[in-house]
Design a protein around this ligand. Sequence first.
Ligand code: S6P
Ligand code: ZN
Length: 191
Amino acid sequence: MGKAASKKIADPFSIGINLETGEMANPARHLVRRASDMRGHYADPAALEKLIKDQGDPLHYEVFEVPVPQEDGELMYCISKLQPGAVGGEFFMTKGHYHSVAGTAEIYLCIRGGGYMLMKTADGKSAAEKMSRGRMVYVPPFWAHRSVNTGDEPLISFCVYPGHAGHNYGDIETEGFPRRVFQANGQVVIR
Ligand code: S6P
Ligand code: ZN
């Protein structure tokens, strides 16, 4: 008897995603991160505090999801929407995470805006892949990933990853990523 026979088989479904705005029909989960949620992540903490004070703790990024069972064999999907801006010259970015089940990959299809996906492994490798409309970034198993918006409009991506992957913020808050993305004299600079 196959595995499917021992488990209730779910019904297929489909949803609409607006490819201009990233809006997902009836998202069941809406994660919101504001500037104050990003403490500890930018190179210039004083600039972040100034932004929080001057701009009333502005929206940083949102994730819209319709959760599927968090099980091996399922595929979780979401829309990630990262606002444009900078903190002390460092472009707005997501916190970044490994997956709790470290050997699980993720696909990001950029549908609007531009930026980079910064990635690192626990044993010291580092990578940056460009994100732009119509470009797909493959995050292999074991790579922590953080997106960075270098444009002047929201960076919107459609993400797909295994249902049981989970999030592990591990060493991100203490060590960050080896590379950061800044604006300098109107240029995008990865240091
Ligand atoms: C999940 C996927 C995204 C991120 C989202 C927020 O594996 O990579 O849904 O959760 O972009 O990022 P973070 O780093 O704050 O969880
Ligand atoms: Zn992920």
